[in-house]
Design a protein around this ligand. Structure first.
Ligand code: SRM
Ligand code: SF4
Length: 563
């Protein structure tokens, strides 16, 4: 057998990356083609590394097909905002850009950043230029590369948050690709000799085998769902300063329907590092995954599968060899919640922080509410920053005591204060974007969330559980963008109007839920929940959460729990 025949087949995306002249492809040419609203097929893969996806409006797909028109192509843009921090000046620019070029306002994501949807090809370059003019870029927010780095956003320990944010921002910079493709294509930087051949010392010419995600958690809060990240840093605090981090590896949510080789996975603790070792250990984990990850099968390419193939000890040895130091044993940590704290909190810096509930992260002006207008007015008077949470919510962070009343008045006027009336179920629910923009959606999620919550809330009321905290997450497909596999109750889309019902996650992000019933419509979901809620109301222990009760009562048997 020849060596070639024995080598694993390279996924076609690998070939596209390797031949792309460091992510350039023919993107610049394709942008100028006025005949189509789309880009060349290979370039749509490369575009992701520049922070954008080509999509089409799925509500219009069939109608346009019948009219023999090309799909209604438009682009989603994702910003790079480590830790979700945006200044008021930047917010005002993003708001103006969204109103000028995008549809459906601003979307806060589960990775603490903003997405714009519906940008037309002819406006794509100008939109990216305007975003960069706000001193925000979109580099590496998508694609097989390190993505937006998340940081716990709960505000009560502001000094600590500042330290972690600085560390995460530095790491995000350190992990950027070195190609100048982004600057040439979107920002008109001049091509120079060597353009297209830049060294990529960290990533190499074909970048990573698959996407890569990093999060920093500040116990006891686990709002970043740190155990769902490829690489996690759990902060250990001694005398009010970060002494170092327990490093976790191999988390991931994505699964493919019908492919049992794919699964959500909770990360394992790899070891403990000091603060000054973060860059080195991250580089070592990423290069290990670069060299040892599966490039022949994209469904097996995430770090979680590399880890399961190698085993934790071998991966640790690889990481230590590459980092040039030994990791200390992991230290114990405990989380109490993966949700946000709503309302005003005073930080240890004496300033005030207001966390607003933004349903499914969608900020829009409509007949009922004026979210964008309200945030514009707040940005105009706000001396602090905005902080997006990994639960799709928004913190107005760093408000001096004397300015709180003015912020409150604007929040009330523009109905940004839903959190004051919402039930725990409504406050903490997450939904991914799904239809009409997501090309992978099998069912509704964001658009269905309010309706679904009304139905489940009615069921809770019927059992006297109206105020019971219940974590519910819904995704339009098994990829799990709302991290549904960590939720007490999850709906995972399988087909229009049909969902797998999963139960028994905890509310701390430390236990995966379990498939309870497959492919249910709404009536069947509610019918399945009804007797379980009835039992919960009658049999729960004081303070016991629904997910924990289901496990204790033996309704579901969880596979893994990390404590
Ligand atoms: Fe995601 C793909 C939206 C967080 C797992 N995700 C997509 C795409 C880009 C669809 C596509 O590939 O064509 C979705 C675009 C929809 C749209 O119209 O905007 C999409 N993902 C989102 C967002 C916007 C969901 C949200 O409602 O907030 C989140 C944006 C994050 C960001 O700002 O960077 C988002 N995606 C996540 C998360 C949660 C997280 O990272 O904390 C996950 C699970 C964690 C993980 O990665 O394991 C996630 N998205 C996926 C996957 C499955 C990956 C896998 O290993 O199998 C895909 C599909 C893929 O990569 O092939 C995907
Ligand atoms: Fe799209 Fe599926 Fe992610 Fe939802 S979970 S945004 S449907 S890829």
């Amino acid at each position: 057998m020849s060596t070639d025949a024995a080598a694993p087949a390279l996924a076609s995306v690998e070939t596209i990356k390797a031949r792309s002249r460091r992510l350039r492809g023919t993107l610049a040419e394709g942008l100028q083609d006025p005949i189509t609203g789309a880009l060349h097929e290979d370039d749509t893969q490369l575009l992701k590394y520049h922070g954008s996806y080509q999509q089409d409006d799925r509500d219009l797909r069939e109608e346009r097909r019948l009219q023999k028109l090309e799909p209604a192509y438009a682009f989603m843009i994702r910003a790079r905002l480590p830790g979700g921090v945006v200044t008021p000046a930047q917010w005002l620019r993003l708001d103006a850009i969204a109103r000028t070029y995008a549809e459906r306002g601003i979307r806060l994501t589960t990775r603490q950043t903003v997405q714009l949807h519906g940008v037309l090809k002819r406006d794509l370059k100008r939109t990216l230029q305007d975003i960069n003019a706000a001193l925000i870029d979109t580099i590496a927010t998508c694609g097989d590369i390190n993505r937006n780095v998340t940081v716990g956003a709960n505000p009560q320990r502001s000094a600590l948050h500042a330290a972690l944010y600085a560390q995460a921002a530095a790491l995000s910079e350190h992990l950027l690709p070195r190609t100048r493709a982004y600057h040439e294509i979107w920002l008109d930087e001049k091509r120079v000799a060597g353009s297209g051949e830049e060294e990529e010392p960290l990533y190499g010419p074909a970048y990573l085998p698959r996407k890569f995600k990093i999060g920093f958690a500040i116990p006891p809060d686990n709002d970043v769902d740190v155990l769902s990240q490829d690489l996690g840093f759990v902060a250990h605090v001694e005398t009010d300063a970060v002494a170092g981090y327990t490093v976790t590896v191999g988390g991931g949510m994505g699964a493919t329907a019908g492919d049992a080789r794919t699964y959500p996975r909770i990360a394992d603790a790899l070891g403990f590092v000091r603060r000054d070792q973060v860059l080195a250990v991250a580089t070592a984990v990423i290069t290990a995954q670069r060299d040892l990850g599966d490039r022949g099968d994209r469904r097996q390419a995430r770090l979680k599968y590399t880890l399961d193939r190698l085993g934790l000890d071998r991966l640790r040895a690889e990481v230590e060899r590459r980092a040039g130091f030994e990791l200390q044993p992991p230290r114990p940590f405990a989380f109490t919640s993966s949700g946000d704290r709503f309302g005003w909190t005073q930080g240890d810096d004496g300033l005030w922080h207001l966390t607003l509930r933004i349903v499914a992260g969608r900020l829009q002006d409509s007949a009922e509410r004026s979210h964008l207008s309200g945030l514009r007015e707040i940005a105009a008077i706000h001396p602090g920053v905005f902080r997006i949470t990994p639960n799709q919510n928004l913190v107005i962070a760093g408000v001096p005591g004397q300015a709180c009343a003015a912020v409150d008045a604007l929040v009330a006027r523009h109905q940004l204060g839903d959190f004051r009336h919402a039930s725990p179920l409504q406050l903490h629910a997450l939904a991914c974007v799904a239809l009409p923009t997501c090309g992978l959606a099998m069912a509704e999620a964001e658009r269905y969330l309010p309706d679904l919550l009304r139905q489940v809330q009615a069921l809770l009321h019927a059992h006297g559980l109206g105020d019971a905290p219940l974590g519910l997450r819904i995704s339009g497909c098994p990829n799990g963008c709302s991290r549904p596999y960590l939720s007490e109750v999850a709906l995972v889309g399988r087909a229009p109007g049909r969902y797998d019902l999963r139960l028994g996650g905890d509310h701390r992000g430390q236990r995966l839920n379990v498939l309870y019933r497959e492919n249910l419509d709404e009536a069947a979901v509610l019918a399945a929940l009804d007797p379980l809620l009835q039992r919960y109301a009658a049999e729960r222990a004081a303070g016991e959460r629904f997910g924990d009760f289901l496990v204790r009562a033996g309704v579901v048997v969880p596979a893994v729990q990390r404590t």
